[in-house]
Design a protein around this ligand. Sequence first.
Ligand code: SF4
Ligand code: SF4
Length: 77
Amino acid sequence: MSDTPENIVSYKFHNIDVSKCKRCEAFSCEEACFRGIYEVLNKDSEPVCTVVEEREDHCIKCHICTTACKLRAITID
Ligand code: SF4
Ligand code: SF4
């Protein structure tokens, strides 16, 4: 699995390597973020983490999510 830029889905300041989400089983991002920024879709098939766009500005950049995601799929600018 590579970290090529085409795997990265970028929002305003959240960037998610969705190639890593595909093999995720924990979905820790959703639970970790108390601001409800993340929603993981397709949990039963090919998981992909998404940022709820209207909530993105509620992020306080606490980095709990980047730590919680053991696959290190999340970066925050
Ligand atoms: S961001 Fe991390 S925890 Fe969330 S679905 Fe992707 S790999 Fe899993
Ligand atoms: S940095 Fe904190 S507030 Fe922002 S998305 Fe991650 S857990 Fe949520």
